[in-house]
Write a protein that binds this ligand. Sequence first.
Ligand code: HEC
Ligand code: HEC
Ligand code: HEC
Ligand code: HEC
Length: 409
Amino acid sequence: MKKVIVSLLLGLGVLANANAQGDVEAGKTKAATCAACHGATGHSAIDTYPNLAGQHADYIVKQLKAFKDGSTRNDPVMSPMAAPLSEQDMQDLGAFFASQPSTPSDAPAASEGGAPAAPAPAAIVGDAAAGKYLYENGDESRSIGACIGCHGKEGMSDVLIYPNLDKQHPEYIEKQLKQFKEGARDNNYAMSQFAAPLTEQEIADLGAYFKDPAAVAKAAPAKAKAVVTVVGDVELGKAKSATCVACHGTDGNALVAMYPKLAGQHEGYLLKQLQQFKSGARDNAIMAPMVAALSDDDMKNLAAFYASQTTSKVAKPDAVNEAGRKLYFGGDSVRGITACAACHSPVGDGMAAAKFPSLANQHPDYIKAQLEQFRSKTRANDANAMMQNIAIKLTDKDIADLTAFIQSL
Ligand code: HEC
Ligand code: HEC
Ligand code: HEC
Ligand code: HEC
C-alpha cells in the first residue's frame, strides 16, 4: 500500500514540476539580497529564518507569490523583500535554492551559527518520540491528518508544493505551526485545519522531532495505535438488516449504483448517518422511513454489522483521471479547495475515529450524487459544513473528474 501512495504522490510531483522554468545561474546572482538572512547558499544562521537549500522550487515560488500578494502570508520582513520580484525572478530564485545541497560540507555546527540575540529559554520541553508518533499517525479523534502523508518520511516530501521539513530549523517549524494555528498564516489546503487542535506541548514535540528525525527513528519505540472500539453487536445487527437488503444488498454491497455500499464503511460514520436520518439532520425521503422505527441499539448493531463486512471492488477505469487526481491530492489553492486526501486519506479509506467516510470502492454514481447534494446544501449534516464549503467551489467538471478518479483508488 505504501508503494501505491508513493507512486501516486510522485506522479503528482511530476505534474507540479511541469511549470518550473527558473535559471540557476540567474537565481544565484539575484540571491545576493537574500544572503543576509537566508545565507549565501540557503542555510540560514538564525533559528527562526527558514533554510531554503534543497527546498522544492515550486514551493519556494509559491511562498514568494504569497508574500508578494499577501493572500496567505504576511510577514513584516519577507513581504517587502518579495514585493519587487517578477515572476521570472521568483522562478530563478526557486531554481537556485532548490539546487543547493540541503546539508553543505561546511555547515556550521548547530551550536555555532550567528544568531543575533540569545534564544529565549524554551517554556515547554518537547518530547521527540511523541512528536514522531504524531507526525506519523496524526490523531483521528481530533481530525488531525498524519503529517507523513503529505510531508513524507522524516520530512522529505515527494510532492513539490508540500515543503520538505527535514533540515529545517525546529524553531522555524514551531513558529509556522503557531501561525497556522492562530490564522496569521492561512492555508486552505490542510495546515490551518490540522494545526488548529495542536497543543503547545505537541508543537514543541514536533519541533523536537525535527531536530534530528533520523536519530529519533533509531531510538524511539512507537506508541501503540489507539484502537477504535466497536460498540454494536454484529450478530444482532445482521438480524436487523433484513429490511435493508432490498437496496443495500445482503452484506451491504449494494448492487444498484444509486444505493450506497455500506460494507466496510466506518462504524462511527454509519451510526452518525442512521441517527441523522432519524432526526432529520440528514434529510432523505427514502431513508427516513427506514430508520423511523429503529432504536438506538438497533442503529449501533446495524452500524457494527455493516462495518464488519468487506467492501466489494468497483471496476477500475483503464486510465487514471489526471485532473481528478490533482484535485484529490493537491486541492486548489487559488480557489480555496482543500485536498480530499487530507481528510479521506491518500488511499480513500477515510479516518474512522474522525467519522470521515471511506470513499474507495463506493459506487461512482453515489459519490457524484453526494457531491452535488453537498453543493446544493440538500445534504447539510456535515460537521462545521466541512463538505459543503468544499463542494460549493466545485464545478460540474470537477465533480466528474473527482468521481472518475475516486473510482481508481
Ligand atoms: C531581512 C531578512 C530576510 C531577507 C533579506 C530575506 N528573507 Fe526570506 N524570510 C525571512 C523570514 C524571517 C522568513 C520567515 C517568515 C515567517 O515566519 O513566516 C522568510 C521566509 C522566506 C521563505 C518561506 C520559506 C518557507 O519554508 O516557507 C522564502 C521562500 C524566502 N523567505 C525567500 C527569500 C528570498 C528569495 C529572498 C531574497 C530575494 C529573501 N527571502 C530575503 C527573512 C528574510
Ligand atoms: C494534506 C497535506 C498536508 C498534511 C497532512 C500536513 N501538511 Fe503541513 N503543509 C502542507 C502544505 C500544502 C504546506 C504549505 C502551505 C503553503 O503553501 O503555505 C504545509 C506547510 C507546513 C509547514 C510550514 C513549512 C515551511 O517551510 O514554512 C509546517 C511546519 C508543516 N506543514 C507541518 C505539518 C505538520 C506538523 C503536520 C501534521 C500535524 C502537517 N504539516 C500535515 C500540507 C500538509
Ligand atoms: C428503498 C431502498 C433503501 C432501503 C430499503 C434502505 N436504504 Fe439506506 N439508503 C438508500 C438510499 C437511496 C441512500 C442514499 C441517500 C442519499 O442520497 O443521501 C441510503 C443511504 C444509507 C446510509 C448512508 C450511507 C453513506 O455512505 O452515507 C446508511 C447508513 C443506510 N442507508 C443504512 C440503511 C439501513 C441500516 C437500512 C435498513 C434498516 C436501509 N439503509 C434501508 C436506500 C435504502
Ligand atoms: C476537512 C475534511 C474533509 C475534506 C477536505 C473533504 N471531505 Fe469529504 N467528507 C468529510 C466529512 C466529515 C464527510 C461526512 C459528513 C457527514 O458526517 O455526514 C464527508 C463526506 C464525503 C462524501 C460522502 C460519502 C458518503 O458515504 O456519503 C463524499 C463523496 C466526499 N466527502 C467527497 C470528498 C471529495 C471529493 C473531497 C475533495 C474535493 C472531499 N470530500 C474533501 C470531510 C472532508
